[in-house]
Design a protein around this ligand. Structure first.
Ligand code: AMP
Length: 414
């Protein structure tokens, strides 16, 4: 039989990979809790229309990257490419769109992109949404959350970039001017940017082409189209946080999803290579009404877990591990009973029961190859005397025989 491989860009995660995931996931949840943000879980599958309406018909994500297929009723459904649309769909559906909520989520997202380092087709995001909060304090609090994430996960060489896209009208007015300016220079634009000129001109500001970037310097600037108060806010955010964290205003920063307005931001790190953004977000004041809900001014962010994990220098504290060995399988029922009592006494230790049928010697050899500090051994004699042998696997000291009470005490204090 031929082997079946995983889908391209959808890696498996093994215990040795997940060792660096767990401390980051735990730290993020700790930080979210410390901001009084609560968890929400929404489905991985949604109606395709949800993403068409929210992320935008003209965005790359919906045009080329979405995994859509028909279900058994010929209804088009899609794997979520991002988390915000599902959260807002749920809030509108439950009629919670007049409340103020601070929510977080964590889970896999799916985009049919060209896989490369830091870019996958199934990847994980942790996201935060502040729902029902107008522009102002919520923007400051979300940026302060970004700062604490950078601090808490010990990320070096990072910059937070911020920009303001204005409201719907100023975005439209600026787009019109930009198209007018770029029309006579179409020759410089590549196929992708030419397409954007019609569908989503703001995204051309994102172009990686230096000729286009040089040309844009001569063109209209978004700063001239947004209000004085928006410019003031950008400067206030920069001055409040830049003493402690690297924050810069980048007037070319636009984000890939259509629903953004107002403040947008991205955090990048030099340590990441080409795909250098590990987090991004912004305001989406019109998304709720676009999805049939009431006006619900909101702001959110999404963190790319693979990327942030690769640059975070926090590690988990060393695991405490014990190997549990019985000389014959008929002792196993007693061993399982003792093992469970120990697990109740101290759940922070991992007790690894050897389930093989091999000799005591082979079992000890195997235990020695693991990170276990001790082996607990039960043979016929120990069953008889209601005791357990405790043998150090790290130090050259004599093994001891402990009764169950002493063993419990020992286990509690490991
Ligand atoms: P976005 O939802 O596009 O704003 O992305 C937010 C963050 O998710 C980015 O800054 C990346 O860190 C991460 N991200 C986006 N797309 C991918 C991908 N295909 N593979 C891995 N991480 C991604």
């Amino acid at each position: 039989m031929t082997k079946i491989n995983s889908l391209r860009g959808m890696p498996d995660l093994y215990p040795e990979d997940l060792i660096s995931w767990h401390p980051v996931e735990n730290k993020l949840v700790e930080i979210f809790n410390s901001f009084s943000i609560e968890e929400i879980r929404t489905p991985l599958l949604e109606h395709t229309d949800l993403f068409k309406r929210s992320v935008g018909d003209t965005s790359d994500i919906v045009n080329k990257e979405i995994y859509s297929f028909n279900d058994r009723n010929e209804k088009s459904i899609s794997l979520r490419p991002e988390g915000t649309a599902g959260v807002i769909r749920s809030i509108v559906e439950k009629k919670l769109d007049q409340q103020q909520l601070k929510l977080w989520y964590m889970g896999p997202m799916f985009r049919y992109e060209r896989p490369q380092k830091g870019r996958y087709r199934q990847f994980y995001q942790a996201g935060v949404e502040f729902l029902g909060f107008p522009e102002g304090s919520s923007d400051f609090e979300l940026i302060s959350l970004v700062c604490l994430i950078i601090e808490g996960l010990k990320i070096k060489n990072s910059i937070i970039k911020i920009n303001h896209l204005g409201d719907k009208e100023s975005k439209k007015a600026f787009s019109k001017e930009l198209v007018k300016f770029l029309e006579p220079h179409k020759k410089i634009l590549d196929e992708k940017d030419l397409e954007r000129l019609n569908s989503n001109p703001l995204r051309i500001l994102d172009s990686k082409d230096t000729n286009v970037q040089n040309l844009l310097k001569e063109g209209p600037s978004l700063t001239d189209f947004i209000s004085d108060s928006a410019n003031l806010m950008l400067n206030q955010i920069k001055s409040s946080f830049s003493k402690y964290w690297d924050i810069e205003i980048d007037t070319n920063l636009v984000r890939g999803l259509d629903y953004y307005n107002g403040l947008v931001f991205e955090a990048i790190s030099d340590d990441l290579g080409a795909q250098d953004a590990f987090l991004g977000g912004g305001r989406y004041d019109n998304l709720s009404s676009t999805l049939g809900g009431k006006e619900m001014p909101s702001i959110g962010l999404a963190i790319g877990l693979e990327r942030i994990i690769s640059i975070s220098s926090i590690t988990s504290s060393k695991e405490k591990k014990i190997a549990f060995i019985t000389s014959t399988s008929n002792i196993a029922p007693l061993a399982f009973k003792i093992a469970n009592q120990l697990r109740i006494v101290n759940p922070n230790v991992s007790l690894d029961m050897d389930l093989t049928e091999s000799s005591l010697k082979a079992k000890l050899r195997r235990a020695n190859k693991t990170s276990a500090s001790h082996a607990f051994i039960i043979g016929d004699e120990e069953v008889e005397s209601e005791s357990v042998i405790v043998k150090s696997l790290r130090e050259d000291i004599e093994q001891v025989n402990m009764n169950y009470e002493d063993l419990n005490k020992f286990y509690k204090e490991i």
